[in-house]
Design a binder for this molecule. Structure first.
Ligand code: 9MR
Length: 360
């Protein structure tokens, strides 16, 4: 029998997906079939010539997102300094050369901030430092990012406020309205970007995560009702194998989010399994991480509101879950430490392939 491209792909499709990595067109191409994207967090170091990260980032990703180089404190070490865009501009140029789109992450987050921000207060602090930051950064990258995480991690019920919002420096300056103001400023400076509120700890069946879902929905309702230009919710999806998942609960939450007319994106997907790994083979651990992804994300893939998925890194070799305080040798990304595709990659390929709806 003559081997055509079609018969070759048909043969591959009948093999376990993990063995078909060389033959498939990549996760980004699979995602594009349902109008979605797949991507991963990157940093300049991963993209240097000869880096083992380059091949999977090229092959699988239609989108890159800077893991840290766009954070306020990375651009501007102190509020008295001007932003230095050199490194981030390099990343944007590399993405353009490679034909990748970029998500912008992130304009306002309570971590990785410039020195001196803690001393600022009130409307004066907001107007003199935060407004110029948003206008300068979103304006500098006006057309570079198709999606922007405008505000990151605004919800924190443990901070004790009745509105369940995190008491960040921005909250201290402006109260809860800082979120709406940030979105309005971002919309003016980057009018073609889809603007996201990005959050974590929203998927599992426990009181703490339920409080976050309640807090986030209340904030979203207020923003939408006030006509604030918020277009989507980023579900970070730092999954954790030890937690309890209830699909009905998660789906109800997703119904409420999408009922507000918002898109959703999976923005920082990875799986934490280290404490639960003892005594299990590497193969088993990787399979459990893949199963966690399928379990939590399956219902999401049925929704036309799902814009795309980005993982937080492409290979375990550079995962933040391997760094300071996160513990151990988590197996939680589409490629393992020696850049072999993991069952998680196969799980994502299967989800994109089986997707039942098209995102318009
Ligand atoms: O993974 C990121 C790490 O490399 C950076 O040092 C850190 C500070 O900029 O941010 C990490 O990414 C975080 C993301 O921006 C927001 N959600 C939680 C992520 C892990 O901490």
């Amino acid at each position: 029998m003559r081997l055509t491209r079609r018969s070759f792909l048909a043969t591959c499709a009948s093999l376990p997906a993990v063995t078909a990595v060389a033959a498939d067109a990549g996760l980004g191409a699979l995602a594009a079939r349902s109008g979605r994207y797949f991507g991963a967090a990157v940093s300049t170091a991963l993209l240097t010539d000869g880096s083992a990260f380059v091949a999977p980032l090229e092959r699988d990703c239609s989108v890159w997102v800077p893991e840290w180089q766009l954070k306020w404190g990375a651009l501007t070490p102190a509020i008295t300094a001007a932003a230095d865009f050199t490194a981030m501009d390099g990343l944007v140029a590399a993405a353009r050369t490679a034909g990748k789109r970029m998500r912008g992450h992130t304009l306002l987050w309570h971590e990785h901030l410039p020195d001196g921000i803690e001393a600022l207060d009130g409307r004066g602090g907001w107007d003199s430092v935060v407004v110029p930051h948003i206008e300068t950064v979103a304006g500098h990258y006006r057309d570079a990012f198709f999606e922007w995480d405008v505000v990151n991690e605004a919800i924190e019920p443990r901070d004790g406020g009745a509105d369940l919002m995190r008491r960040t420096p921005f909250y201290r300056m402006l109260g809860p309205d800082y979120v709406a103001e940030a979105f309005r400023l971002a919309a003016e400076a980057a009018p073609s970007a889809r603007l996201y509120l990005n959050e974590d700890h929203l998927y599992y069946d426990d009181e703490a995560q339920e409080a976050r879902r309640v807090g986030l929905l209340a904030l979203l309702e207020r923003l939408v009702r006030a006509g604030v230009p918020v277009h989507g919710v980023g579900l970070q999806c730092h999954l954790d194998i030890r937690r309890r998942f209830d699909g009905r609960l998660f789906n109800r939450f997703l119904d409420e989010v999408t009922g507000l007319g918002l898109s959703v994106a999976v923005t920082e997907l990875d799986v934490r399994e280290h404490d639960d790994a003892a005594g299990r083979s590497l193969a088993r651990r990787r399979q459990r991480a893949a199963d966690e992804v399928t379990k939590v994300l399956d219902g999401l893939f049925d929704r036309s509101a799902l814009a795309g998925v980005t993982t937080w890194g492409i290979s375990d070799a550079d995962s933040w879950l391997r760094k300071g305080g996160q513990g151990g040798d988590n197996q939680g990304l589409p490629y393992g430490d020696t850049f072999q595709p993991t069952p998680m990659r196969a799980a994502l390929a299967a989800l994109f392939t089986a997707t039942r709806t098209r995102h318009d």
